[in-house]
Every structure is written in structure tokens, then in C-alpha cells.
Design a protein around this ligand. Structure first.
Ligand SMILES: Nc1nc2c(c(=O)[nH]1)N[C@H]1C(S)=C(S)[C@@H](COP(=O)(O)O)O[C@H]1N2
Ligand SMILES: [Mo]
Length: 367
């Protein structure tokens, strides 16, 4: 069935974070499955959800290809498909923990989720269109059908569409043109009928309502990867370079207790959460229940799987007396890398991966 345009988001389990657009957060304390049910999966929109129909949709593949082409939905769906499980996180997830509070959608912890995505590898479609030769600096621009005027962080030059690029090598490696999420057709807010899924990258790369794919022989300088979703990289003593945000950075997050939760004194409390990373598997999670003075290992609930979070738990013997406590979690990956201790201002209000303090109130349990 074709979802009707303008249908209200079926989102009883989601927290609205915007009065104008469907920007909806997963209540992260509800994390209790490795795959997030679609109705609990966060939504991030820059423009209103476009009204696309299965019959009216098509994808153009052009730019520096040998045979530009156009595919309808039935044609795309008839190509061999793959199903990939991948964790997607908005690059601004956790920004309410920054102070001063930056501009942007005020996400707490839940602009993240994991889904099973089914679709056609972008490589298959690019091969059909024919690439002259694979050149290292080439990129593939993914463009959505949604459009509008951006006012922040700076005004856009009139109406623009949502577009991002990925390096050609990534496009040929594992980018998916997904038409299903968790075994069903995409919902309107998640990109019906087709979206890109870029495993291991922040969510902004996974363009929804995909209608055009363009191969370009150099860096794409669109709004959403220069003015927005970019950061200043300082490396090797060179002047700062503006870089588009890409791979997910290593991070552990606490689901329970939730921020400001009241926790009883003198009980065993199961602290739970998830940890993820774009480039290497998560190998270890540690928890601190004393604001970072001491750390102890958490136990994994899920085996490692590329680009998919691992849930974990930690049994906390809560204090005998009342008071406030700060909990933290930090992950280490298989390359031995860990999270930064504080937020790097060069990342602006994105890639917030220092351990976020979860402050709880320990109280005598009432009789
Ligand atoms: N066409 C289009 N694609 C988009 C966006 C958008 O506004 N328009 N938002 C991006 C951002 S910033 C994120 S985090 C993810 C969120 O995907 P979801 O809404 O399915 O969770 O979609 C990305 N793809
Ligand atoms: Mo995002």
C-alpha cells in the first residue's frame, strides 16, 4: 500500500524535538533489542517529508557515467538485493550535553537506532551505468526529492534539495539503495520509496527519498557538507581544513539509568547501554559510577558485527546512603582506540563522543 502523503508520523514511542518538522527522538532508556522497531526509530528531516508514490518515483543515474539511465521502482526492486543490519546515528546526537547549548535539534541520547535494510547495492546500479575508470578523488552525489530554504546555520541560496556525497570507493563498497526497513517498505518519514544507506557513517549520508545519483570528478561542495555537517580538521600542523563529516566515531551510551532518574539505595541496579563505531568493532566497554574516578568492565549482550551496535550491561551496587551520582561509559575498539575525554570544539555541535555524564539521584526507597 502506498502511504498517503501528509499522514501524521506513527510515532507514539518517539519524542518530538521540533515544532515544525518531524524530528523525533527514540527514548533511549527503552533500548531493549538490538534491532530498533521501525516505529521507535528516530527521524531527522531538514524539510517536510515529500509526497512520493511508488508509481511516480524514478531514480536518475548520471554525471560522469558512460550510459546515464533512469530506473523505476519495479525495475530497481527486480535487481538482486541484499539485507544489511546497520546502526545509524545523527551527527548531532547528544548535543544537549554541550554547554553552552548549541543551535540545532536538541537531541538527548536517542538520535540513534539500528535497522535491517534491504535493497540493491549502489555498485550494481553504477556498473550498469558504466564508469569510465575509477579515479580516487571521484565522488557519488546522492540527492533527495525534499527541498526547501535553510535559514540556519546560514541562509541557503534560495530553495535547495537535500544532497550529500560519498567517495566513489565507499559507493562501490557497501552503499545500499534500500527499499525496505526491518522487512517492510520504507515509511514516508524514513525515505519511501528508496533511500541510501551508508553503513558505518553518520546518518546525514544516508539520503532519504533518493531520486538522483550523480558521479562527479571531484569534491562535492553542497550545502549539507560544507555549510552544515562539516568540521574543521587540524592535522600535521597544517592550517585547518573544512571536511565533510563521514564515519561514525566510537561511542558508548548509557540507556539505563536515564538522565535524572531516581535510583534506590542499596540495590543491585542493572546499568545498560550500547556502543558503536563506524570503522572498527567495539572490543570493550567500561563504566564509571563515580564521575570517572574509577572504571570497571561491562559485559556484552551482543557479539561483534560490523557497523552494528553492541548492547552491554553492568551490575551496579548502589550506595547505601542517598546522594547524587554521575555515571559514565566509554568504549575501546579493536584497534585499541578509545573515546576523547572532552568534546573537541573543532567538531562544533557534531560528533559528540566524549563520555556523557548521566546524573542520577540515589534515594532511600519509600516503604
Ligand atoms: N533527503 C534527505 N535525506 C536525509 C535527511 C534529510 O533531511 N533529507 N536527513 C539526514 C540525516 S541528518 C539523518 S541523521 C538521517 C536520519 O534518517 P531517519 O530519519 O530515517 O532516522 O537521514 C539523513 N537523510
Ligand atoms: Mo543527522
Amino acid at each position: 500500500m502506498t502511504p498517503a502523503p501528509g499522514d501524521p508520523a506513527p510515532a507514539p514511542g518517539l519524542i518530538p524535538r521540533d515544532s515544525l518538522l518531524p524530528n523525533l527522538e527514540f527514548p533511549f532508556r527503552d533500548l531493549n533489542s538490538r534491532v530498533t522497531p521501525t516505529e521507535c526509530f528516530y527521524v531527522r528531516n531538514h524539510f517536510p517529508t515529500p509526497a512520493l508514490t511508488a508509481g511516480g518515483w524514478s531514480l536518475t543515474v548520471g554525471g560522469a557515467v558512460l550510459h546515464p539511465l533512469r530506473l523505476g521502482l519495479e525495475e530497481l526492486r527486480s535487481l538482486p538485493s541484499r539485507t544489511v543490519t546497520a546502526t545509524m546515528e545523527c551527527a548531532g546526537n547528544g548535543r544537549t550535553f554541550l554547554s553552552p547549548r548549541p543551535r540545532g535539534v536538541p537531541w538527548e541520547l536517542g538520535a540513534v537506532g539500528t535497522a535491517r535494510w534491504t535493497g540493491v547495492p549502489l555498485s550494481a546500479v553504477l556498473e550498469r551505468a558504466g564508469l569510465p575508470e575509477v579515479v580516487a578523488a571521484w565522488e557519488v552525489v546522492l540527492e533527495g526529492a525534499d527541498r526547501g530554504v535553510m535559514t540556519e546555520p546560514v541562509p541557503s541560496p534560495g530553495e535547495i534539495s537535500y544532497a550529500r556525497s560519498v567517495p566513489l570507493a565507499k559507493a562501490l563498497d557497501d552503499v545500499l539503495l534500500a527499499h525496505e526497513m526491518n522487512g517492510e517498505a520504507l515509511t514516508p518519514d524514513h525515505g519511501f520509496p528508496v533511500r541510501a544507506v551508508v553503513p558505518g557513517w553518520y546518518g546525514m549520508a544516508s539520503v532519504k527519498w533518493l531520486t538522483a545519483v550523480r558521479v562527479v570528478p571531484g569534491p562535492f561542495l553542497g550545502y549539507f557538507q560544507t555549510v552544515d555537517y562539516a568540521y574543521w580538521e587540524e592535522k600535521d600542523g597544517l592550517p585547518p581544513q573544512l571536511r565533510p563529516i563521514g564515519p561514525l566515531q566510537l561511542k558508548a551510551a548509557i540507556a539505563r539509568p536515564a538522565p535524572r532518574e531516581v535510583v534506590p539505595c542499596g540495590v543491585t541496579y542493572e546499568v545498560t547501554g550500547a556502543a558503536w563505531s563506524g570503522e572498527a568493532d567495539v572490543a570493550r566497554v567500561e563504566v564509571s559510577v563515580d564521575g570517572g574516578c574509577t572504571w570497571a568492565d561491562a559485559e556484552f549482550l551482543d557479539p561483534p558485527m560490523p557497523h552494528v551496535w553492541r548492547r552491554w550491561r553492568f551490575r551496579w551496587q548502589t550506595p547505601e546512603g542517598p546522594g547524587s551520582r554521575t555515571l559514565l561509559a566509554r568504549a575501546t575498539d579493536t584497534r585499541g582506540r578509545t573515546q576523547p575525554t572532552c568534546h573537541d570544539p573543532a567538531r562544533g555541535s557534531y560528533m559528540i563522543t566524549h563520555p556523557l555524564p548521566i546524573e542520577v539521584d540515589v534515594r532511600e526507597s519509600s516503604p
